[in-house]
Design a protein around this ligand. Structure first.
Ligand SMILES: [Zn+2]
Length: 287
């Protein structure tokens, strides 16, 4: 008698599970790594696990999302800027089988950047105003490189650090530097390392530019595909040329103090669809 009741109960649970579980399973296993809150300068990578249908279009508010196949999954990748307006944004991804992924992402100020006073090294022979106008010209050159669209994805494993174990943090991402009457936002991260230390490509990619600039010094820009670029500044030497294909971890140059640098360090910048993100958070975004 007792046993029959249990069997009945079990049967009911199983029947409910048959109807409820498949839907629940698709929802739960469908994607990973999208929290409901993000900060400024964040890299957001959504993994659509075991999804058979490819992404057809995607948008984060009015901003673009890159999407491609990474390892075995379809991923959607987007960025928030250092000055991203706080508020709620819709993330909408359309798949070719007609299904839609929709979620609200709240952008909050999770940390307030430091303000520091920073002079101009004598060797630059610039005033704060000429430094800013120089930066503006150079950033236009850089943005032209970063706007190159490539639907080819050049990497299939997580990004690595550009330096070996001799890494110390100098200036952080988003920091505001007061130089005379000018405020300059630091859009990358400074990694302090000895002069001549090896600098490595953070992932597989194509060298899109190797050049010297009075502010950024000897510079290398790498295109990793789908709007993702890494940039390496103030180098002492560069050992690759434009158009070269590099493997992840390939040596591309050495740490220097060329351009607007008071001592040897690597200034590292990461761009996603033209937006500068926090490079240290970016590194852990790809699993
Ligand atoms: Zn820097």
């Amino acid at each position: 008698m007792n046993m029959n009741v249990n069997v009945k109960k079990l049967y009911i649970i199983l029947t409910i599970s048959l109807f409820v579980f498949p839907a629940f399973l698709t929802e739960a296993a469908n994607y990973e790594y999208l929290n409901s809150v993000a900060g400024r300068g964040d890299t957001i990578v959504i993994y659509f696990k075991n999804n058979k249908s490819a992404i057809k279009s995607a948008a984060f508010g009015t901003q673009p999302i890159s999407y491609f196949k990474y390892k075995k999954d379809y991923v959607a990748v987007f960025a928030t800027s250092a000055t991203q307006a706080v508020g709620k944004y819709s993330v909408k991804i359309n798949f070719s089988d007609g299904t839609v992924f929709k979620k609200i992402l709240a952008i909050k100020v999770l940390s307030t950047p430091k303000k520091i006073a920073l002079g101009i090294p004598k060797k630059l022979d610039m005033t704060p105003a000429s430094l800013v106008s120089n930066l503006r010209t150079q950033n236009a050159v850089l943005n032209n490189v970063f706007s190159a669209t490539s639907t080819e994805i050049f990497f299939n494993s997580p990004f690595g650090l550009p330096l070996a174990n001799n890494r110390n943090l100098g200036s952080l991402y988003g920091e505001i530097r007061q130089t005379g009457n000018e405020q300059i936002r630091h859009m990358g991260v400074d990694l302090i390392a000895p002069l001549g230390a090896s600098v490595y490509a953070m992932n597989y990619g194509i060298i899109s530019k190797v050049y010297y600039d009075p502010v950024y010094g000897n510079s290398i820009l790498i295109n990793h595909g789908h709007g993702i670029f890494t940039a390496y500044f103030h180098l002492n030497t560069t050992i690759i040329k434009q158009g070269d294909k590099v493997q992840k971890g390939a040596k591309i140059g050495t740490v220097g103090k060329t351009g607007y640098a008071t001592g040897p360090h690597l200034h590292l910048s990461v761009k996603i669809n033209g937006i500068s993100v926090n490079p240290l958070k970016f590194i852990s975004a790809f699993k």
